[in-house]
Design a protein around this ligand. Structure first.
Ligand code: PMP
Length: 441
């Protein structure tokens, strides 16, 4: 079996990790017999083996060997209130006792939608999906149906789920060629822009503007700001999409209810035409939504579509707005609305970034600690750029430099070492942070 630098057996970090995670190693061997790569999500893949988690509570989780970790995965960003929040759990359990699926309307879905409308003013109407991936699929369909145009404008490195239109140009294939299994015809209908390249934006619109249905962006940058996007660029995108009649989609699957109660759009002061939501939206259970302009969302409404003499677009989904996800989502959004959990998480993340920066400075490590809002990013500088950690500014580095492959040996070793010391970082490496971590800081 090939070993890269990070999993070389002569590494003391790897040896220490392997020694304390023996039950996870065994569980992983068993998983590999049944699951391709032994995992169920690409980012959970890790050499020499991932940890297997037995339980989680508040900011912590425990693996099969009873090692405890402060968790910076945060349910891939879904858990701003931490694991097994008592109020969210109580409402979920209560709802489970009343049934998990009615195959019918229920009042919780309306209450859930009302909360979203209250927190995100651009949400004139709401359609629930079961994931963020489905939400971006749906947003594209609405935009294409509304404009009669085929093409989509995306930003290199920005993640919008795993369906065909968004599968390439995220971690590789930055030239826009399709990844395996994606049709060339699909890729040909996607125009890719480099983040913060306003001249490139205008050039792309001069060439394709009248055939682009939608532009989609992670409004604080790819992977929650790993490659920060300049607010001026987002404003330029809003102006340019308005000028060309293009539907602007903010993908707030991560930033929604995290950057602010009203999402990144509230902070930026920009009103997108459509917004995609998931993760925090459903309080740690499966769920997503497309929200936005009434005239666009009405394409899903049989009567309104008929009145407007247009053909309605289709949308199904067994688990859309299931009452258990709705209960978790309502409980979470109410807590975020009524408490200072978001502000506390921001303050904690800032403290964490400062602390990480101080360690880098004291140890003379030419890396960067950065991020905004509730995010921590660690730039591990695999190509040895001349970096002063005290003054590191991610906005001065090009996208190619910041977008480090997840399997880079330095990042992997950092994550393994942090696990040995009881901290589970997200693969960026870094973390989205939760309000609970702040409580134990
Ligand atoms: N958009 C963004 C910005 C995301 O971060 C994600 C998930 N990481 C998605 C869309 C896809 O959401 P899901 O995993 O629920 O399909």
């Amino acid at each position: 079996m090939l070993m890269n630098d990070a999993t070389a057996t002569n590494s003391s970090i790897v040896a220490a990790y392997v020694a304390r995670t023996r039950h996870s190693a065994e569980a992983y061997q068993e998983a590999c017999l049944r699951l391709p790569g032994g995992v169920t999500h690409d980012v959970r893949y890790m050499r020499p083996h991932p940890i297997f988690v037995a339980r989680a509570e508040r900011a912590r989780k425990w693996d099969l060997d009873e090692n405890v970790y402060v968790d910076y995965q945060g349910g891939h960003g879904a858990l701003i209130l931490g694991h097994a929040h008592p109020e969210v759990t109580a409402r979920v359990v209560e709802q489970l006792g009343r049934g998990s699926h009615y195959g019918a309307n229920h009042e919780l879905e309306t209450r859930w939608a009302a909360l979203i409308q209250e927190l995100i003013p651009s949400a004139e109407l709401v359609r629930f999906t079961s994931s963020g991936t489905e939400a971006t699929m749906m947003a594209f369909r609405i935009a294409r149906a509304a404009t009669g145009r085929a093409k989509l404008l995306r930003i290199r490195g920005h993640f919008h789920g795993w369906h065909d239109h968004v599968a390439f140009g995220v971690v590789n294939h930055f030239d826009g060629t399709p990844t395996p299994g994606v049709l060339p015809e699909v890729a040909e209908n996607v125009v890719l822009l480099t983040p913060n390249d306003t001249a490139g934006l205008h050039a792309a619109l001069a060439e394709h503007g009248s055939s682009i249905a939608a532009a989609i962006i992670e409004p604080t940058g790819s992977n929650y700001g790993q490659v920060p996007v300049a607010p001026e660029f987002v404003h330029a995108l809003r102006r340019a999409t308005d000028a060309h009649g293009i539907v602007l989609i903010f993908d707030e699957v991560v930033t929604g209810f995290r950057v602010a109660r009203g999402g990144a759009q509230a902070t930026l002061g920009i009103k997108p035409d459509l917004t995609t939501l998931a993760k925090i939206l459903a309080g740690g259970l499966p769920g997503g939504a497309v929200v936005g302009r009434r005239d666009l969302m009405e394409l899903l409404d049989p009567e309104r579509a008929a009145t407007r003499r247009i053909e309605k677009i289709g949308h199904q989904g067994t688990y859309n707005a299931n009452p258990v996800s709705a209960a978790a989502g309502i409980a979470t959004l109410e807590i975020l609305r009524d408490t200072d959990a978001i502000e506390r998480t921001h303050a904690y993340a800032a403290q964490l970034r400062d602390g990480a920066r101080q360690v880098l400075v004291e140890e003379g490590v030419p890396w960067g600690a950065y991020g905004t809002f509730t995010g921590l990013h660690l730039f591990v500088n695999p190509n040895g750029l001349p970096i002063d950690p005290a003054t590191f500014d991610a906005t001065t580095l090009p996208f190619e430099a910041l977008k480090i492959p997840r399997d880079n040996p330095v990042g992997l070793k950092l994550r393994l070492a942090m696990r040995v010391h009881g901290v589970d970082l997200s693969a960026w490496p870094g973390g989205p942070c939760s309000a609970e971590e702040g409580e134990i800081a």
